[in-house]
Design a binder for this molecule. Structure first.
Ligand code: FES
Ligand SMILES: [Fe+2]
Length: 441
């Protein structure tokens, strides 16, 4: 449970709020690289409750700017992406990538007024298939977080989807491991899963125990349960990384590389950016998706993007259509939820909690230990920044982000952190590990 004040503090992200200021200390992913092509139309970008526009110039440089023209406030969205800058169509003022006014054709020749006017623009980086902005107060931005595949920057590394709810309840779904045994596989019996697979252990014991640890980058948990006997344990490792990243515990630790960034668009809309080598396969049209049912492919199909602030990356299953629940399927026992697959299940449940869940009403149990820890760290960091200007965790430590998550079977007496140090580190290949061990968990 959180007090009313703490819930407001942790959820609200506009400019000048404690959490909004905390997030602005870090680089923030705001679009897929593929959303901006050279000479493209301006794209409306809503992030941390602020309205921006993004373009890519003729030479390929991405540019992020304030929406309003500094002359008389016309929206630059109607502007012209021209060469290496953008021109407002109201009176023709043109601004370059650094926000300098380079042409002011409605002022007399010889006027130096244009040297006094600037459009606010923001530092932009491109890595891991994503476009990142620094919206914070430093004159020189901090280093980018050092996720291990950041150097891979083709369009195969990222995809995005929107959630219609506050960023924290979306993120908390990724660090709440015990829901997996219910929401996603509540209908399954042990024999439905491959022998000696993570999925089988999950179904055999749906109430894991937990260890949680504060780390330099945020927090780590290990959820453990018997692995088909008393002498071995199946551990699920996952991370929260400041300020809004998760590495989830599915798959096999040491073989899996992925992050999810739960980036607030505003207080009640969140863009999830998923970055991992090969991630693009998820964005294929429904007809080309493999490994999922036709129903799931249809429910996760993207609606056509619109030019609206909230018009990007919405999937077909949404609140207005009850996330396309199939009650007959739910009753049949084939599915616990009647919803079309893991992504839709997570989306339906987190959105069902409302725009901003009122955490004064909740009742947290021992399975919520990671959720509690992450909230504590976020609130402490936001308050330390607000009260004492303390630099938040890992802002200046890019190497702290070189982590991996996933599942592993360990001897029952092994130390969970010591035994997995190498498997959790980036940059070490583990060809000896078989990714199919997970069996889907
Ligand atoms: S309002 Fe943009 S040039 Fe006048
Ligand atoms: Fe889930």
């Amino acid at each position: 449970m959180l007090s009313k004040v703490d819930n407001e503090t942790i959820c609200r992200v506009g400019r000048g709020t404690p959490m909004g200021d905390l997030m602005r200390e870090y680089w923030v992913p705001f679009a897929l690289s593929t959303e901006l092509t050279p000479d493209c139309d301006p794209v409306r970008i809503l992030v941390l409750g602020q309205r921006f526009l993004a373009i890519r110039t003729t030479s390929g440089t991405p540019m992020l700017m304030d929406e309003e023209c500094p002359h008389r406030g016309a929206s630059m969205w109607y502007g012209r992406n021209e060469g290496e800058g953008i021109r407002c169509v109201y009176h023709g003022w043109k601004f370059d990538g650094g926000g300098r006014c380079v042409d002011m054709p409605n002022e007399p020749p010889g006027s130096n007024f244009k040297d006094k006017v600037r459009l606010s623009t923001y530092p932009v980086s491109e890595a891991g298939g994503l476009l990142w902005a620094y919206l914070g107060p430093r004159a020189t931005p901090p280093p980018m977080p050092g996720f291990e595949w950041m150097g891979e920057n083709d369009d195969s590394t990222a995809w995005a989807f929107q959630r219609e709810c506050n960023w924290l309840q979306a993120l908390e779904g990724d660090i709440d491991t015990s829901h997996f045994g219910f929401l996603h596989v509540g209908h399954a019996e042990p024999d439905d899963a491959p022998e000696d697979s993570f999925l089988r252990y999950t179904i055999e014991d749906r109430a894991p125990r937990y260890k949680v640890l504060d780390t330099e980058f945020g927090a780590t948990y290990g959820a453990y349960r018997p692995a088909g006997g008393d002498d071995r344990l199946y551990w699920r490792f996952a991370h929260f990384l400041f300020p809004f990243y998760t590495m989830v515990p599915t798959g096999v630790l040491g073989t899996k590389l992925q992050i999810r960034a739960w980036v607030p668009m505003d207080d009640s809309h969140t863009m999830a950016f998923h970055s991992a080598p090969g991630a693009r396969r998820y964005t294929a049209p429904a007809s080309q998706k493999v490994g999922i049912t036709e129903r799931e492919a249809t429910a996760t199909e993207f609606l056509p993007n619109t030019t609206d602030w909230l018009g990007r990356f919405r999937i077909a299953a949404r609140r207005e259509n009850d996330h396309l629940i199939d009650r007959a399927l739910q009753r049949s026992g084939e599915s616990y939820t009647g919803l079309a697959g893991v992504n839709v299940e997570d989306q339906a449940i987190t959105e069902s909690m409302g725009d901003i869940y009122d955490r004064t009403k909740e009742h947290l149990g021992s399975s919520d230990v990671m959720v509690i820890r992450v909230r504590r760290r976020l609130l402490a960091a936001a308050r330390a920044l607000a009260d004492a200007a303390t630099t938040p965790p890992a802002v200046d430590a890019p190497e702290a982000y070189r982590q991996r998550s996933g599942g592993i079977v360990l001897p029952a007496d092994a130390d969970w952190m010591e035994a997995t140090a190498e498997l959790r580190s980036a940059g070490v290949d583990h060809p000896e590990l078989d990714p199919s061990l997970a069996g889907g968990a």
